[in-house]
Ligand binder design. Sequence first.
Ligand code: ADP
Ligand code: ASP
Ligand code: MG
Length: 467
Amino acid sequence: MTRIVMKFGGSLLASHYGIRLVGHLVERSRKKRDEVVVVVSALGDVTDTLLQAAGDARQWSEEEILGAINEIRGTHVSAIERSSVGGHEKATVLQGFEANLEKLRETLLGVSILGELSPRSKDLIVSFGERMSAPIVTAEIMTRGIGSASLTGGEAGIVTDDTYGEAVPFEAATARSVKKRLLPMLARGEVPVVAGFIAKSTGGETTTLGRGGSDYTATLLASCIGADEVWIWTDVDGILTADPRVVKRPATVSQLSYAEAEELAFFGAKNMHPLALGPARRSDIPVRIKNGFRPELPGTIITGEQTKSRGVVKVVAVVRNVGLLTVAGETLQGRPGVAARVFSALASDRVNVLMISQSVSEANISMIVRRNSLRAAEKALRRELRGQGISIEGDPRVAVVAAVGAGMRGERGVAAKIFAAVASSGINVRMIAQGSSELNISFVVSEHDADGAVRALHSQIVGRVRG
Ligand code: ADP
Ligand code: ASP
Ligand code: MG
């Protein structure tokens, strides 16, 4: 018997027969007597729709709210229609769904009446995506004669602080309550279906873990209940050597270490939550990324093992939605403390710096920040460095390209080959950084050059430069 936490992504759930497919994959494992905990995302891009609606509702009329509600109803009702759920069960699912939808409508109406959206209300609104998908999956599993019940992340026992939008789980308290909730269900042969991404603060409010958070829910639950494996079912064959929307027919990476996968999550490959691999790494639980449409394929396995075998660079990833901030001026030279002032000004305005590089001449410091905090960062620095002959420049149209692979460690000449490949396609590199882990080399290019840089690296470097 194997204890598996299976997470199903939104792309799979919203595909034509997605719900049946999930039922089939769960049934297959239960037939092998595996214990299964299911974690679900919201259907398709429902989370994006909800986020947009939450913001827009401040200006919306009642009719406009109804428009959004009807769109969300359409997505879910057609998923229910195409599932195997029928008869009385179908009526019950539809009824539960309408009750959730009514709560969502009332919450959006509240935002519209107040003309105001608090971070707490925003989290409550986006939580409806997973609240609505979990009962559909539960009904599909029950239709197949398997005991099942759906739980929100909070009901499953995930307790967080109240940093809405990016809540941090309290691991010890979470472990205690998750065990208490899930283990008896598994012992009864039931399949708990947990709404990913959402949790509950100690005060009992709904929180969310951050975008892509249902992968995080899966590893968190797995470490709490001592699962043997986590399977992340998605719509591609595993972690690919590059984004399939940028590179034609990328290969599937068969194995990655936790450290490599964490680096990739940070750089946005597969939209995975940057912290999602932490619980699996700390509890040494293998994570498999698999294609739900082609379950016979092995997919990618992420373990503690660091292999060099398949070339130095395993994956090329891109972070978009970032901005480049350059601080320059003669007065930066040889004046200890300026860099410290730069970073403390940014920290006190809660600007998170993703990458830093300083030229040898010390005449400039370049930084990468999230695009939505670029203006705040410029403002903080202007205030701090006013009247000192220092220029501050922000460019919102950039992207970070990262070549990731453990084999780069101690390998001479990799950087030279990477930059030669980029240069050969006529792309200008604006800034370079190498993390001390030596698991990646990342560089900044203009946004419109990002895809070209990925293609150049992918065709000339990935799997070719050998360790
Ligand atoms: P899910 O809905 O399963 O959570 P996501 O939308 O979070 O899936 O991420 C899966 C998508 O990420 C894939 O369909 C693929 O287009 C994209 N993607 C980008 N880069 C990569 C990569 N290096 N490996 C795999 N998928 C990637
Ligand atoms: N539905 C959430 C999101 O879109 C969480 C997830 O899918 O992992 O970010
Ligand atoms: Mg995802």
